[in-house]
Design a protein around this ligand. Structure first.
Ligand SMILES: NC(=O)C1=CN([C@@H]2O[C@H](COP(=O)(O)OP(=O)(O)OC[C@H]3O[C@@H](n4cnc5c(N)ncnc54)[C@H](OP(=O)(O)O)[C@@H]3O)[C@@H](O)[C@H]2O)C=CC1
Ligand SMILES: Cc1cn([C@H]2C[C@H](O)[C@@H](COP(=O)(O)OP(=O)(O)O[C@H]3O[C@@H](C)C(=O)[C@@H](O)[C@H]3O)O2)c(=O)[nH]c1=O
Length: 761
């Protein structure tokens, strides 16, 4: 047998690199510093976590603004010495970043002629300090930084003209060339990995000229460094008109310093769409180029626009420069499975290109620790956090998300399988659209469940229940294959019924939302309550253990007796004082004995606009009816917005979290205080809330005076007030449709028209 012809073609494995979001941009006199925000500045142990991913190289900051903030004569190398030494021990090759969306220390800035020579001086000092370092990105994304600092006025020196934009760009690129020359004085083998954000601009026919301009401009950093900007270059005249001198352009042409590796940073938002039909687009997307006013939106949201996508863009880089390429930033701020799908798409594309002859070296898992406030383009400290490969909102150390085992497998074998990857990412699904090319876009919500026979689904029990319906809805939105079974289809307390359903659907995880939730009825119907809340979940746990299936189930704040003055955390021992609470506490301990990997989420007091059996709905309905609302003022709880609970539970499940977790929205209120907050958020005046001790309700089941849940493990659930602002507009719409609930006393007109305007902000 001729082995050669038979042996399968050995697929090349590209390298996995990593990188920390380390922007240090200046806005006015304030520096926005990601390394301080993500705590890496004080947590060297992160480097060991990064090493565990199997990364070969790490984009690592030795920022000018950090080492020499006052002057180049007083550098402080202590931080970078310690870190680079540790990287050497960990055999991780650093790619040293000297300026990352910054304008340099306060004694320079992007439009200052001293920027380039001072940067070169700093770079020479870095190379002298770390002569063994072989890879450098002196300035990350000079074009993006020049746009934000010289054209859009967002970052220092806040320029808003082509002149300032081009000056900022040329100074960064001159600085890059001089920096590499200074570095190569010390280490002649030092390589330049020049990074740039790469996208493509699409448009209406009227704005095709602007799109063409932007599609040429995107190459400027690379073209200038490669000496391609000759008088024949399409943007040569624009550069001269914008203040570049023929001499300085000639110098770029005659002394090129091409990147050794072209670093491509590509985001789902990198591709843009320009459209002059302003009325079709929200105000915040409107802008102008001084000639036309138009909206600038993500092309991925526009129906009728064929995006180039990462493959085509990388092929364009290869055709244009015929040089080694690496994806130097692959990151998507989104839910867990979407982050995994995005990275896998970029990884597989780069691998295919490599195997089709494009010299694609690596993909960089970017923002390993996540990033802060990119939704305000790093101009505000609002604490808006996007997790990365590690999530900083879980645990007291960076929490390894489901992307960690994925990257470990990719760096090892180039391959990885997870059931959530079998589905298209939102960027390829119909529901991504918000606009249409040249006409108003009418969304067509898709309600069909996602069950694809090639995918192992999530199996949701208790299908007719509040939580089950919310899981189904959100699984659809997240493209997660699922099957939701009602009691009739799957009785969790009947072993045969459980075996049958699990063999039929072969789920990768079981989400048990089934249960007996009538707390007061349970006092006189304990057997049924223990059957649904204890026996059932234990049977599910046993079968999941046997079949090596993940298991998520829900418990309650009512496992506690409320005697404690402070909030209850996961460390507190359950002390139930009613049948319902006891049934839940019993289930928790038995399940964790059987299946320590089970994920048990304790939560409390649901509210959402997707059901009518919750306290917020009752209160709002009473207020609109002008009826007095009686609320207990001696029972303190934490309330839970069901959509937030479901999203976080799914992320924890995909991350293979286990044990007991407290998941409620942040904040604690008495029921009376919660009712008042509801009225305030709904902007309802003249409501009557009668504050009474809970005893007036004569509830058969004991209610703890304090069942406030707090988590010592997770800090990502939004506040109750924030959730009410997202819940109440839809709930009001729902209620205002019910004519009978309207009472003149509460200014209905105010309510309907103005309220929705105010509530939707
Ligand atoms: N609601 C809340 O505020 C809180 C709820 N929880 C917990 O969250 C989970 C979901 O609660 P929620 O959605 O509000 O409850 P619902 O009452 O809305 O839903 C419970 C579902 O479980 C089903 N069910 C009950 N027993 C079985 C069984 N043996 N086999 C299959 N299905 C069964 C019920 O079916 P059927 O309609 O046929 O009875 C119902 O569809 C429960 O475990 C609850 O204890 C925790 C804290 C707060
Ligand atoms: C309806 C209503 C309730 N309340 C207060 C009093 C009392 O403490 C509590 C009782 O209401 P409920 O019966 O809805 O809540 P309760 O049964 O206590 O709710 C529980 O449901 C189970 C399933 C859980 O697991 C718990 O987390 C919790 O949410 O609400 C008022 O103050 N005013 C009202 O109008």
């Amino acid at each position: 047998m001729d082995l050669l012809s038979k042996s399968p073609v050995k697929m090349a494995i590209i390298d996995l690199w990593g990188g920390i979001e380390c922007s240090c941009n200046r806005v006015g006199e304030q520096f926005f510093d990601q390394l301080s925000r993500n705590g890496h500045r004080d947590r060297i142990s992160d480097l060991d976590l990064f090493a565990s991913l199997g990364i070969k190289k790490l984009r690592y900051p030795v920022l000018w603004e950090h080492v020499a903030p006052q002057s180049l004569d007083q550098p402080d190398w202590s931080w970078s010495d310690e870190r680079l030494h540790r990287l050497q021990e960990l055999r991780i090759e650093p790619i040293l970043g000297l300026v990352h969306h910054g304008s340099g220390p306060a004694y320079t800035n992007l439009t200052n002629a001293n920027f380039a020579p001072l940067l070169a001086q700093y770079a020479g000092m870095v190379a002298a300090r770390y002569p063994w370092a072989n890879y450098y990105t002196p300035v990350n994304e000079p074009l993006t930084t020049a746009r934000f600092s010289g054209l859009y006025g967002l970052w220092y020196p806040h320029g808003t003209s082509d002149k300032e934009f081009i000056r900022a760009l040329l100074n960064q690129l001159k600085g890059t060339k001089m920096a590499m020359q200074a570095i190569r004085q010390v280490n002649p083998n030092a390589q330049l990995i020049q990074t740039e954000d790469l996208g493509q601009t699409h448009s209406t026919s009227l704005l095709a000229y602007q799109a063409a301009f932007e599609n040429e401009r995107r190459w400027l950093s690379f073209d200038l460094l490669c000496g391609k900007v000759t008088p024949a270059h399409k943007l040569y005249k624009y550069l001269i008109k914008s203040g570049a001198t023929p001499e300085e352009l000639l110098e770029f042409e005659q002394t090129p310093l091409p990147p050794d590796i072209f670093g491509i940073n590509h985001y789902i938002t990198s591709e843009r769409y320009l459209d002059e039909h302003l009325t079709l687009f929200p105000l915040h997307t409107h802008g102008s180029n001084g000639r036309h006013k138009y909206a600038d939106v993500e092309a991925v949201r526009v129906k009728g626009i064929e995006r180039a996508g990462i493959k085509t863009l990388l092929q364009e880089v290869w055709q244009r420069y015929q040089a080694p390429i690496a994806i130097t930033e692959a990151h998507l701020g989104c839910t867990r499975e979407e982050q995994m799908r995005w990275f896998m798409e970029v990884w597989e594309t780069a691998t295919d290109l490599k195997n089709s002859g494009v010299n694609c070296l690596a993909v960089t898992a970017w923002a390993l620790l996540g990033s802060y406030d990119w939704n305000s383009l790093l101009t505000r400290n609002n604490g808006f956090y996007e997790n990365g490969i590690f999530d900083l909102r879980i645990g007291d150390q960076p929490w390894p998300t489901a992307l960690v085992p994925m990257l470990q497998s990719l760096s090892n074998t180039g391959k990885y399988h997870h059931d959530v990857l079998q589905h298209k990412g939102w960027w390829d699904r119909e529901e991504r659209y918000a606009y249409s090319h040249g006409e108003k876009y009418i969304a067509k919500p898709t309600h069909k469940p996602i069950l694809d026979k090639n995918q192992r689904p999530l199996l949701i029990t208790g299908g007719t229940g509040t939580l089950a319906k919310a899981f189904a809805r959100i699984c659809r939105d997240r493209g997660l294959s699922y099957v939701s079974l009602t009691r009739k289809q799957l009785d969790i307390a009947n072993p045969a019924s459980v075996e049958a359903a699990i063999s039929q659907y072969n789920p990768w995880a079981v989400i048990n939302t089934a249960g007996y939730v009538r707390v007061d009825d349970a006092e006189k119907d304990p057997e049924k309550c223990y059957r649904e809340n204890t026996k059932g979940p234990v049977i599910l746990a046993e079968v999941c253990r046997e079949k090596n299936i993940q298991f998520l189930t829900f418990s309650s704040d009512l496992v506690f007796d409320g005697e404690k003055a402070e909030p209850y955390t996961e460390e507190d021992t359950p002390t139930p004082r009613n049948v319902y609470g006891n049934s839940k506490a019993l289930a928790e301990s038995r399940i964790l004995k059987i299946l320590p990997d089970a994920l048990i989420i304790r939560t409390s007091a649901f509210f959402s606009s997707w059901d009518r059996y919750n306290f917020v709905y009752f209160a709002l309905k009473s207020f609109l009816q002008g009826a007095p609302f009686v609320a207990a003022n001696d029972v303190k709880i934490t309330a839970t917005y069901v959509p937030d609970l479901v999203h976080t539970a799914l992320d924890l499940l995909i991350d293979r979290a286990n044990g007991i977790w407290h998941l409620t929205n942040q904040g604690s209120y008495t029921w009376a205080e919660l009712a008042r907050l509801v009225a305030n958020v709904a902007l309802l005046k003249n409501v009557v809330i009668q504050e009474q001790p809970v005893s007036v309700f004569h509830l058969p089941a004991y209610r703890p005076k304090n069942s406030v849940l707090q988590s010592s493990r997770i800090r990502l659930m939004p506040s109750i007030e924030d959730a009410l602002h997202r819940c109440i507009p839809a709930l009001m719409q729902e209620l205002l449709k019910q004519k009978e609930v309207i009472d003149q006393d509460v200014d209905v007109l105010e309510t309907e028209e103005n309220l929705n305007r105010k509530l939707s902000g």
